[in-house]
Ligand binder design. Structure first.
Ligand SMILES: C[S@@+](CC[C@H](N)C(=O)[O-])C[C@H]1O[C@@H](n2cnc3c(N)ncnc32)[C@H](O)[C@@H]1O
Length: 344
């Protein structure tokens, strides 16, 4: 949750009459570490079980009172915690938005990614093809698992809305979830369309995540198959009426995308349809939404050489693959939009 300046503070910030650098290069980073600290010591989970004052919480969490007090002083004004009758509790916004069951597992990826970004100036100077982090870092091990857990959390915020917004043709029988990871989208599409069967395609580590989802949804096991494949290095399986790409195109280069869209054209049936959930660069939308899309794009540039692409660029790639009738719709999550295109 961002710092919330009042109207006078906003006025001063917008006119550069306060040291903005202190807010952007200082406060944002301190906020990141305060959150990581809270996640690592289990503060949110503890408050979810029972509100408490600082001494009681420090004892429960086995941390120093001084450390906890300074952490709480940072998190309360941000809106994560409420304070009443001498006790701290989770705010309603924190209760709604913090994935308590996933927090601990998300930490290794969030931390490691930030450490790697110290080479940012080189990235801007040289624009390395694979960014400065690279996909290898999340293909296995603790960080890979942590990355997948983070993707599960991100998707859980938008899966219901996205699946509601996408209407498949009556006759659609097979869908392909490219880089489908947890497979939450495939499961929800299959729930919405009882005749639909799905394929989640990812690396091994992504499919482990999908397997977890299938274990929680045993009724879907015979309708969803998992294919381990590299969608950049290999051809896609074919015969799909519908393909879904959630947060995929922002993670690959323009050349990689052009190639992927060619494969997508071959993987889909003659009336095939595609839905792309991503962030699109451009001038439309609120400054907040454009900021989210812009910052995520920059993050992906550092991460793997990707970015948020303009709608027109993606439309051209789709048209080259024989898709037309391209539309773009915003989602509830600022900066995230849903593009839909059809072949006929
Ligand atoms: C940003 S996540 C998106 C996950 C999911 N589609 C969503 O929207 O929540 C990207 C996924 O694509 C997978 N991935 C990235 N590059 C890949 C490649 N070349 N081949 C197969 N899977 C890949 C990653 O393992 C990860 O699960």
């Amino acid at each position: 949750m961002p710092l919330k300046p009042n109207i006078i503070e906003r006025f001063l910030i917008n006119r550069g009459m306060v040291p903005n650098l202190l807010i952007d290069a200082g406060m944002s980073i301190f906020q990141f570490w305060a959150l990581i600290g809270a996640m690592e010591i289990g503060l949110f989970e503890s408050l979810d079980q029972e509100p408490g004052d600082t001494p009681a919480l420090a004892e429960r969490l086995d941390v120093s009172e001084r450390g906890l007090e300074t952490l709480i002083n940072a998190l309360e004004p941000l809106g994560y915690l409420d304070y009443s009758n001498g006790k701290y509790s989770l705010s309603t916004a924190a209760e709604r938005s913090i994935p308590l069951d996933l927090l601990q597992d998300m930490v290794p990826f969030l931390k490691e990614q930030m450490m790697e970004y110290e080479d940012v100036a080189r990235a801007i100077r040289e624009a390395p093809e694979d960014g400065i982090y690279g996909w290898e870092g999340v293909k296995s091990g603790e960080v890979g698992h942590s990355y997948q857990v983070t993707m599960r959390w991100l998707a859980s915020n938008s899966v219901d809305e996205v699946v509601k917004k996408v209407d498949l043709p009556e006759e659609a029988e097979r869908m392909l979830d490219i880089g489908g990871s947890h497979g939450l989208y495939t499961v929800e599409f299959c729930r919405k369309y009882p005749e639909l069967e799905g394929t989640v395609l990812d690396w091994e580590i992504g499919l482990e995540n999908a397997q977890e989802t299938l274990e929680r949804n045993p009724g879907m096991r015979n309708r969803i198959d998992l294919i381990e494949r590299d969608f950049e290095e290999e051809e896609l399986p074919s015969g799909y009426d519908f393909a879904f790409l959630g947060n995929i195109i922002h993670g690959i280069t323009p050349d990689g995308n052009r190639e992927l869209f060619g494969k997508l054209a071959r993987a889909t049936t003659e009336n095939g349809m595609v839905a792309i959930l991503d962030q699109f660069a451009g001038n439309s939308g609120s400054k907040f939404a454009r900021g989210v899309a812009g910052l995520l794009g920059f993050n992906l540039f550092l991460f793997s050489g990707g970015r948020s692409y303009p709608f027109d660029t993606v439309t051209n790639w789709l048209q080259d693959g024989g898709f037309s009738d391209v539309s773009l719709e915003k989602t509830r999550q600022p900066g995230f939009s849903l593009l839909i295109a059809r072949k006929s």
